[in-house]
Design a protein around this ligand. Structure first.
Ligand code: THU
Length: 128
């Protein structure tokens, strides 16, 4: 699975974003160590604070399917923005060395970081 293909998978589900309140669609494609891909979109709610981010939808779907080890995530955000702090923390639980590919709404790769770069000195399972 190439980075370009992973970004493409995230681009394909972007249309499914449920974001009537922010009008800010986000989508993600998460690549497991075994080569499977799980996608997610942001799912907003009339009770705004219950909104689910695309990255957390993707990781929750993957974990529900029995996957717990991950190589990379592609995230599609307008302008190529980076995952929010809450999503960084949830991704860190399973994959502190995850490659995070940040692409814009055209599918162009803007930046790549590791999760450890995005969330240094993280609190995680080994902190307990
Ligand atoms: N959002 C995500 O889905 N992921 C992020 O990492 C940042 C924010 C969503 C939440 C909300 O539906 C919209 O983007 C605007 O904040």
């Amino acid at each position: 699975m190439t980075d370009e293909k992973l970004i493409q998978e995230a681009m394909e589900v972007r249309v499914n974003s449920y974001s009537p309140y922010s009008r800010f669609p986000v989508s993600a494609a998460l690549l497991t160590e075994s080569g499977r891909v799980f996608t997610g979109v942001n799912v907003e709610n009339a009770s705004y604070g219950l909104t689910m981010c695309a990255e957390r939808v993707a990781i929750g779907t993957a974990v529900a399917a029995g996957e717990k080890t991950f190589q990379a995530i592609a995230v599609i955000v307008k302008g190529g923005g980076s995952p929010c702090g809450a999503c960084r923390q949830v991704l860190n639980e399973f994959a502190p060395n995850l490659r995070v590919l940040m692409a814009d709404e055209m599918g162009n790769l803007i930046r790549e970081r590791t999760l450890a770069e995005l969330l240094p000195e993280a609190f995680g399972p080994h902190s307990l």
